[in-house]
Write a protein that binds this ligand. Sequence first.
Ligand code: NAD
Length: 427
Amino acid sequence: MEQIWSAGWTRRQVLGTAGSFVAAGGAVTDALAAAAEGAEKGGEIKLEEHSAKSERETGGPPKLQPPSQRVGYALVGLGHLTLEELLPAFAQCTASRPVALVSGDLAKARTVARQYGISEKSLYDYKTFDRIRDNPEVQVVYVVLPNSMHAEFTVRAAQAGKHVLCEKPMANTVAECEQMIEACRKAQRKLMVAYRMQYEPHHRALIGMARSGALGALKLFTADNGQHESNPQHWRLKRALAGGGALPDVGLYCLNASRYLSGEEPIEVMGTQYSTPGDARFKEVEEQFAFTLRFPSGLIAACTTGYSIHESRRLRLMGSEAWADMDPAFAYRGLRLRIARKSKDDPKVEEETERKYAEKSQFARELDHFSTCIQQGKDPHTPGEEGLQDQRLMEALYQSAREGKPVKLPPVAKKDAFRGPPPAQEA
Ligand code: NAD
């Protein structure tokens, strides 16, 4: 019965019509089928409403593209992020599907391919990767490898004629980022850096508030993002593979948030770092990093990141009239956004409100954004230039920490200077 409502019939019409069909020989099923067909032609499926106006809207069923029309992804690297978050997230995608896997371990790739219905013919290792050029199902290569390998696989993917979604941090150096942008430009392929927070509804809401003046003038921003690493052998703690320690891995979230919330670019940065002497984990990369950023409007950001702290992922944006706080702010799930200001109803009252958006995989939102850009010929919101700017700033922060003094940067007048059009807002 549900599909009947989708054809735009009223409840009364349906009941009346069904009655006459029963009388005419029990052809109710045909009526339902006809109505359902009408709904499919209309494209959008609407269900019978039952919730009161006072309840929040569900947004309706997802508008799924048929699998054959969705953008096909090859995932390169079958580690924690790919297996625990990305492949499961495709189940919530409307415009994206996994069609190929690239791994150094073909036995693992075969197991994963069976789990997700990916053809054995679409499995590659790092040597045979370039053959992906002959696989028309693959439109995007998603690079989910240790940071030092991002540049190589982005360039090879572009040369194979594929669009590229690259995990953060974009690469280990400014030179590598520039090389990746150039390779994609030359091949006329799109390049997006996987900054999932910029597609997440709590963060998008806060961007809207910050930009509309709802918090007053933006004055201070604080953020912390850290976790506890235990394995001294892991690539995250090897300089050649990771590029740095906590800063490029998790501190990057604080840096990137200060930029997308304000839309500004810092004109002065200062950093300081510390690693516990003798700790085997931090022989090559920093354990913790603290930094400040000064923006042209006068906004100052103060951020910390660390690799031996209990998971901590929060931010606070303080304006002249209100503050907004997110804790957690950078986790995969369970984000909370609170806003405090003077109550409009009673000037003696401080009011705190909390916004809760529907939980949907952040990775599904990000994947579908890139797929839609490809299908509609648009630029992604977080292109290579956005990753390059963060890399420039991180290099300036390391320089500041080395020299023990602030580093000045050329002013960037334009807001959102390195971003493409904002993503479509959806539930
Ligand atoms: P991981 O260690 O779990 O997986 C990395 C994969 O790369 C493994 O399958 C490993 O076998 C493979 N690999 C290939 N060559 C390797 C080499 N020389 N040394 C080590 N491993 C090698 O790492 P991960 O947590 O999945 O991170 C992968 C990328 O994704 C990193 O760039 C990381 O910064 C990024 N990441 C992003 C998020 C996010 O929220 N956007 C979260 C986690 C990781």
